[in-house]
Design a protein around this ligand. Structure first.
Ligand code: NAP
Length: 301
């Protein structure tokens, strides 16, 4: 029986593990893929405190993982398939095991949202991507499009401009949700062309993508962007399907919890992008991780 099981090994889960283990608790982290979550695939992180220069997300992830391990947290590379979390003993089921704990931290984060346009599903892996950092290198010298106007879209466009001949940034409005500094950098980049008030309507190609049809939402005019890559960056969806009906969620599917990271279920906490919150950043996810473990510690007294 563990004191805390943390589901998810992104910055929230890793920080929760660091705080829990350092507090002398018996901590298990269950992570389905690799430590670091979305942070690990961020090419550079500029706004995490303590680094004079940009730091690769993968390095930050590795450092947090090593730190948590050194402090005594246990990690298992397993996907949780069922959360049985309403009793005093919480049970997390994976394919071959049932892990038990007195407290649980839900830190499964969020995954990229799909655009839902024609051709999108057909060309996943054949020109459609949700991860510029992962796939950008396949598009050296190519023309590509990024769809979205948040921090991810702007960061993706700037990253792709390093490799690609041209990057169209397609955004449905003419103002951006992304931080001003990123928008300014993109405006100053000769390789990036803004296609504003517009959205992708169809992705076409024979075997791989060759065209993104975009429509101007004001004039209704359509144009064909000749691109071989379409990077979709239209936000995130919380990974909460398996806890739906078990903890309270808001209408967008995020777990309802305040700054204390407590869910409505005793002994169940949540941390990071999975929680209702205003600012979703690595630093706020890490802060949640610390608060959630502190909550577990108090619950266990
Ligand atoms: P986001 O901030 O929610 O932005 C999503 C963007 O996609 C918005 O511009 C939105 O347009 C657009 N969009 C949504 N649905 C669309 C649709 N159906 N068709 C066309 N466009 C659509 O998502 P994100 O950029 O993935 O960021 C998620 C969170 O992570 C944010 O809190 C962000 O600040 C954070 N983040 C931070 C950093 C960093 O600080 N370095 C980096 C990446 C992400 P509208 O603006 O018109 O709604």
């Amino acid at each position: 029986m563990y004191d805390i099981i943390i589901a998810g090994g992104g910055p929230a889960g890793l920080t929760s593990a660091i705080y829990g283990a350092r507090g002398g608790l018996n901590v298990l982290v269950l992570e389905r893929s690799f430590a670091g979550g979305q942070m690990a695939i961020s090419h550079t992180v500029e706004n995490y405190p303590g680094f004079e220069n940009d730091v690769p997300g993968a390095l930050l992830a590795n450092n947090m993982h090593v730190q948590a391990t050194r402090l005594g947290a246990e990690f298992k590379n397993e996907l949780v398939k069922e959360f049985d979390i309403d009793g005093d003993v919480k049970k997390l089921h994976t394919r071959n095991e049932v892990y038990e704990a007195r407290t649980v931290v839900l830190a499964m984060g969020a995954t990229p949202r799909k655009l839902g346009i024609a051709g999108e599903e057909d060309f996943i892996g054949a020109g459609v991507s949700y991860c510029a950092t992962c796939d950008g290198a396949f598009f050296k010298g190519a023309n590509v499009a990024v769809i979205g106007g948040g921090n991810t879209a702007l960061e993706d466009a700037l990253f792709l401009a390093r490799y690609c001949e041209k990057v169209y940034l397609v955004h449905r409005r003419d103002t951006f949700r992304a931080q001003h500094a990123l928008v300014k950098l993109a405006e100053e980049n000769d390789k990036i062309e803004f296609v504003l008030d517009s959205t992708g309507t169809v992705i076409q190609g024979k075997f791989t993508v060759d065209t993104l049809v975009v429509e101007n939402l004001k004039t209704k005019e359509k144009q064909d962007l000749k691109v071989t890559g379409v990077f979709v960056a239209v936000g995130q969806q919380p990974t909460t399907e398996l806890v739906r009906g078990k903890v309270d969620l808001d209408d967008k599917g995020y777990i309802i919890a305040g700054e204390d990271c407590k869910t409505n279920v005793p002994g169940v906490f949540c941390a990071g992008d999975i929680r209702t919150k205003e600012v979703r950043q690595i630093v706020t996810a890490a802060a949640d991780g610390a608060v959630a473990s502190y909550g577990c510690e108090l619950y266990l007294l």
